[in-house]
Design a binder for this molecule. Structure first.
Ligand code: CA
Length: 225
């Protein structure tokens, strides 16, 4: 994966570049928003790691500009504050994920890999899994050519599960994809959504498995013997 690292703390940037390259990432470094703009104009990155606390032009302002220019490169935002406010501002400016400093390198790598997978999947307009077909442009699901009728929450949940098919998705992570931050949905609300989805998926050739202690996983239903 080719990365752009936008970070004004040089020690952190150097360390990250070295550590990430040992894990097979290729990282370019921009020390501020201006340098980052020059690099994204000439290079196609698989993901951008963006520090919010940059000199002159803030990370948030730069991200808004990037999105306004039509650049959809996945962006993972780094912030020194765990404040909900920062997280909300980052996500509403167009960030795809969020990590608070200090963070574990393994966590950053796992999230970058997940962003890369999502981006690759988004490039394929139609994804087939079992008997289920997902059109990522219209965000519709069909089974045997028949449109699957879903509520917006069911659609959000099934899309998230489809993007991570054959891998467990944490219950909390799934809930984050389905309920917005303002939602007062309780911790069990996601179970209701999954329960309804399971009923609708009967006969589709895929099922939502419960992975004990981890969450849910979309998998191909074993055909009846
Ligand atoms: Ca900084």
């Amino acid at each position: 994966m080719r990365l752009l690292l936008v970070e004004d703390e040089l020690d952190l940037a150097d360390w990250l570049k070295r550590a990430l390259s040992q894990s097979g990432f290729v990282a370019d470094h921009a020390v501020d928003a201006r340098a980052a703009s020059v690099l994204v104009a000439t290079t196609n990155y698989d993901a951008i790691v963006l520090d919010l606390g940059l000199p002159e032009i803030s990370g948030i302002s730069w991200l808004r500009e990037l999105r306004a220019d039509g650049n959809n490169t996945p962006v993972l935002v780094l912030s020194a504050h765990a404040a909900l406010d920062d997280r909300v501002r980052g996500l509403s400016a167009g960030a795809d994920d969020y990590l608070t400093k200090p963070f574990a390198l393994a966590e950053l790598e796992a999230r970058l890999n997940a962003l890369g997978r999502r981006a690759r999947l988004a490039q394929e307009a139609v994804t087939q899994f079992g008997g289920l077909t997902f059109d990522t442009e219209t965000r519709t699901f069909t089974v045997g050519g028949r449109l699957l009728g879903l509520t917006p929450r069911e659609r959000a949940a099934l899309s998230a599960l489809m993007l991570r098919r054959n891998q467990p998705l944490l219950k909390t992570a799934l809930a984050e994809r389905v309920f917005d931050l303002q939602s007062d949905a309780g911790p069990d609300a996601i179970e209701v959504v999954v329960h309804r989805l399971r009923k609708k998926l009967v006969g589709s050739g895929v099922r939502i498995a419960t992975v004990r202690g981890l969450g849910y996983m979309l998998e191909v239903d074993e055909p009846a013997a």
